[in-house]
Write a protein that binds this ligand. Structure first.
Ligand SMILES: [Zn+2]
Length: 490
């Protein structure tokens, strides 16, 4: 009876297809509830089941089940807007199952991908182990294990993903990569597939590129109102260079795309040079570099300049040749957006100098620099004030230049955040606007500290300033702010 109610609720919510639910119900072991069967098969994490049937897992879990259930991925879909995700999951160009014996594997694989999407995963790992296939999902930057799948599913699921990803199915000794596109409800997703031979079979990692999450609002990213207005003003310029800096995984690409989306219109020729193209952007000409055939950022950029561009996005400036072409493009009537691998905004200036760009060219081309980091947000369902005698408060308040009794919050862990205390991420931002004073200082080859001091006189907010504001506002735990900021000073 209870099983039936749960099945109806899950189907009604569009989480599982009738077919999958029937399969799960049939595979129930003696005395096993549907909820337990779904957990065992890795079809749904506990939080999602509990959302529909709060007592479904009360049946005193046996000792071996409990740790697995506790570490299983939790879904944030109650709060994520998943309303446009209702409907079929279909892989483009792949017919569901030409061979009927493959049908269960196809629907099982589809279900797994669909769950990953509703959880907001950025990557899906399928890891062959001695005792089965372990799915793991990267959510908000952290890997969370799913339920171990039976070993006899390993080969069929890996093969299925290789087929849809366009990989050579007969090759299992060499690493391969490919991609496919799928849709769920009203949304389209690109999956990048990578296979790596391992001891117990090929490990598959899927990178999920969500078209709808691609163009995000700058405010949503973490820009405060003042920075946002200043950044938008820079983007409105017809020429100059705007750089986004930060370590790998700090969300630079997302910010660049958000910036690009703001400049894109039919009256402008927008061209990108990327390594590789990750998202397809409508109305934008996107090109790839190919290092193996000598097509570097610099050489593609030279060809792009003959295409009468208005706005150019260069994936990354990492050598003096690219820096030189990019700077000259910015000086000759083009708006150039790019990224640099530096820790702070002012460090971008010294990095360009290190790449042999003469200071007068940096001064006259650079319009602004964004430095950013990604930090985990406090789960707003379970955040509580940090106690007055908390060690993290005492340890971090000085570094954050906060009074020891300043308001601070942190997530305490709940079903909404999978007991991690955090949900979603936000960028910490510092935006350097290159004005006349700064331009003169750059020309005079002043060092980073001097540049920073000059900028601060004009209201420049550093990453620490931004972190402090977000801690006091309850968005960030103090220890998370410091974790993200470590290595910020150069
Ligand atoms: Zn929580």
């Amino acid at each position: 009876m209870m099983d039936e109610q749960l099945a109806r609720a899950l189907h009604g919510a569009g989480l599982l297809s009738r077919e999958t639910l029937t399969q799960a119900a049939r595979s129930r072991r003696q005395g096993e509830t549907l909820a337990r069967a779904l957990l065992r098969m890795g079809l749904l994490p506990p939080a999602e089941i509990l959302r529909f049937a709060p007592h479904a897992l009360d049946d005193a879990p046996a000792a071996p089940v409990a740790p697995a259930a506790a570490s299983a991925p939790e879904i944030g879909s109650a709060e994520r807007d998943n309303s446009d995700l209702e409907g079929e999951f279909t892989v483009e160009g792949a017919d569901g199952a030409a061979d009927p014996s493959q049908a269960p594997v196809v629907s099982f694989t589809n279900e797994l991908l669909r769950i990953a999407i509703t959880m907001g995963a950025s990557d899906i790992h399928l890891e062959p182990r001695a005792n089965g296939l372990l799915p793991r999902y990267r959510i908000d930057g952290q890997l969370r294990p799913g339920q171990l799948l039976p070993p006899d599913l390993t080969l069929p699921m890996v093969s299925r993903l290789k087929v849809v990803g366009g990989l050579d199915i007969t090759e299992n000794r060499m690493p391969q990569d490919g991609r496919f596109r799928a849709s769920l409800g009203k949304r389209t997703f690109d999956f990048r597939v990578s296979s790596l031979p391992s001891l117990h079979g090929e490990k598959i990692v899927l990178r999920l590129l969500d078209h709808s999450s691609l163009v995000v609002d700058l405010a949503q990213l973490g820009f405060g109102a003042t920075d946002r207005a200043a950044f938008e003003a820079m983007l409105g310029r017809s020429h100059g260079m705007i750089l986004v800096t930060g370590p790998t995984g700090s969300g630079k690409t997302t910010t660049l795309y958000a910036a690009l989306a703001g400049t894109r219109d039919e009256t402008k020729n927008v061209i990108t040079v990327e390594d590789p193209v990750e998202y397809e952007l409508e109305g934008v000409t996107q090109t790839n570099v190919h290092h193996d055939i000598g097509l570097s950022f610099a050489s593609v950029l030279r060809s792009v300049l003959r295409q009468d561009p208005d706005v150019i996005l260069v994936g990354e400036i990492r050598d003096s040749e690219t820096a030189d072409v990019a700077v000259r493009a910015a000086l000759t009537g083009h708006l150039v957006l790019s990224t640099l691998h530096t820790n702070s905004a002012v460090a971008a200036v010294t990095r360009l100098q290190d790449m042999d760009v003469p200071p007068y060219l940096i001064a006259s081309s650079l319009a602004g620099v964004v430095a950013q980091r990604l930090a985990r947000l406090n789960c707003r369902h379970c955040r509580v004030p940090v106690p007055a005698d908390d060690p993290a408060r005492l340890e971090n308040s000085a570094a954050l230049e906060l009074a020891p009794d300043a308001p601070m919050w942190r997530g305490s862990g709940c079903t909404q955040c999978g007991n991690t205390g955090s949900r979603g991420r936000v960028a910490l931002i510092e935006l350097l606007h290159v004005d006349t004073n700064l331009r003169r200082a750059i020309m005079d080859k002043e060092d980073s500290d001097t540049l920073r001091t000059i900028a601060r006189k004009n209201g420049f907010k550093t990453l620490i300033d931004d972190a402090r504001e977000k801690v006091v506002a309850g968005h960030l735990a103090p220890e998370e702010a410091m974790r993200v900021l470590v290595g910020h000073e150069e």
